[in-house]
Design a protein around this ligand. Structure first.
Ligand code: RTP
Length: 155
């Protein structure tokens, strides 16, 4: 496996409505940029119910699901696809634990959130879901392949 193949890993990172409303978009993008990840796609979008049901299909039976849907529909989200080495696992670390009592200071949730129902951001939990979610939220034409941007400077 070449360095470049490893670097092609993708994670779908989404700034949830509270993160957008609180003006944390720049802060979150900045953390991924500075870490060395490459933005492959980004847009502001008002999600609809069908899209969110597909995105959260594994959570449909959870008691908090209706509350989660209301929260995610409450305003626009920023959809992003980030690329780079170990971006799925590293992205989850940068976001911090879902439960705010467990999200360490220094992480996005650990620095900016107090409540699991307003936890600012989403990050794919596996390489497979990184691909699935990127393809769910973006059309192929919206994802930019720009290999040279990563190759020379970070690795
Ligand atoms: P995410 O998908 O947003 O990155 O979160 P996650 O995998 O860490 O957590 P998951 O269990 O998949 O839950 C998805 C989102 O649902 C909301 N949630 N609310 N008890 C509650 O009220 C509750 N539990 C989870 C959170 O917004 C969580 O990020």
């Amino acid at each position: 496996q070449t360095q470049w193949t490893m670097a092609m890993e993708r994670s779908y990172i989404m700034i949830k409505p509270d993160g957008v409303q609180r003006g944390l978009v720049g802060e979150i993008i900045s953390r991924f940029e500075k870490r060395g990840y490459k933005l492959a796609a980004m847009k502001l979008k008002q999600a609809d119910e069908d899209l969110l049901k597909e995105h959260y299909r594994d959570l449909a039976s959870k008691p908090f699901f209706p509350k989660l849907m209301g929260y995610m529909l409450s305003g626009p989200v920023v959809c992003m696809c980030w690329e780079g080495k170990d971006v799925v696992a590293q992205g989850r670390k940068m976001l911090g634990a879902t439960n705010p009592l467990e999200s360490a200071p220094g992480t996005i949730r650990g620095d900016f959130s107090l409540d699991v129902g307003r936890n600012i951001c989403h990050g794919s939990d596996s390489v497979d879901s990184g691909k699935r979610e990127s393809e769910l939220w973006f059309s192929p034409a919206e994802i930019v392949d720009n290999e040279s941007a990563l190759k020379d400077w970070i690795y």
